[in-house]
Design a protein around this ligand. Sequence first.
Ligand code: GRF
Length: 203
Amino acid sequence: MADKLRLAVFLSGGGSNLQSIIDKCAEDYIPAKVALVVSSTRKAFGLTRAKKAGIEGVVYRRKKFPDGKTADTWLVNLLDDHKIDFIALAGYLKMLPPPVVKAFKGRIYNIHPALLPKFGGKGMYGLKVHRAVIEARESESGVTIHKADEIYDHGEIVAQEKVPVFPEDTPEELAARVLKVEHSLYPKVLKTVSERLLKEMEK
Ligand code: GRF
């Protein structure tokens, strides 16, 4: 029986969440190994983090393929070749193709920097989220981790943690407060998920 699961992390940006996951896997806090990083752009700093950690990083751009079906199949095969058990989306700005969602049903997680179902959906990413929270004069924001499906920021919520919003907050200040919580909450959830999946695989 495998004692570690194989995780694929999808991202489009800096990858600070990827880093916290890599670190917690290295410490054996999460019984998994980041076996693959998939980025929607070659410019993502997350790819540099992957390289530093000795993890294969792949750029996946659907436009590069002759058609959608070929793009879908390529990604499904890539995950298959790397024997991926589950997926963590960490700042991935694209939608996962339906065949991937189907193949990994219930084993894809996403992190969102607000308290869903508020302040989510297409186009709600980065500082836009924090700006919207401040403009709505919310007194609390936070982090949501949910199962991902074919709709942006949709799917069963598995964990939330709140942070206060202060009247004088800038979007950047709120983002930093939220991000700090992201770095502890995502590894915590992925630990629980990994332990459960390992148990299920034992059966
Ligand atoms: C995080 O705020 C995450 O919640 C959101 O995208 C951001 C990614 O940040 N989905 P990083 O690339 O992990 O630093």
